[in-house]
Design a protein around this ligand. Sequence first.
Ligand code: DX5
Ligand code: ZN
Length: 217
Amino acid sequence: MVKLSPSVLSADFARLGADCREVLDAGADMIHFDVMDGHFVDNLSFGLPVLEGLRRALPQAYFDVHLMITHPLTYVKEFVDAGANCISFHVEASDNIRSTIASIRAFGCEAGLVINPNTPAEAVFPYLDDLSLVLCMGVTPGHGGQAFRPETLEKLRKLKAECTRRGLNPYLSVDGGVKVETTAPQCVEAGANLLVAGSAIFGVQDKAEAVRRFKSL
Ligand code: DX5
Ligand code: ZN
């Protein structure tokens, strides 16, 4: 069954804990936590103290942390201590990729690698053996509510084929522009088994119903 990671970037920050609890109770598998540094991407979001607060409020939740920051290696330990279960960072970031993956894993956390729309699928192939998650951006990172770029589907297919060929089974995830009626089923058909959705879940009136519809895909 496809897994769902609602992105809190579109949540109501005045009631973040309650919003997260609502989607988890409705069947969401984890919470996607988008960290932006205003440098790697043009936007700023939230960081360590917010994750610490959510971890306190939701001790059993799985936090899927997506670092859109230039120097992920510097912050690995702090995000693990704050409550991350999986830390994903961008292949386009500035730190050494192998060292960053090794550091995440050394702290007992799962490691993920993310590729931007203009980065080819092959960029993550050398690291696949050590990854729990590969995330294909369906939009340029930095903002919720953008339109999905259809070329993402071809990248998902390539990643799925490479994982199958090598007998690997990481989460194959997609983030940005994922909508239950249109792009989500296309992504699943292309091989995605973990959908990240922000505005399609936290941006609608009935979040629980949105979760149930995603989970029925
Ligand atoms: C964008 C973030 C996404 C964002 C997706 O840079 O990484 O997680 O919340 O938002 P939607 O689902 O609205 O495209
Ligand atoms: Zn994200």
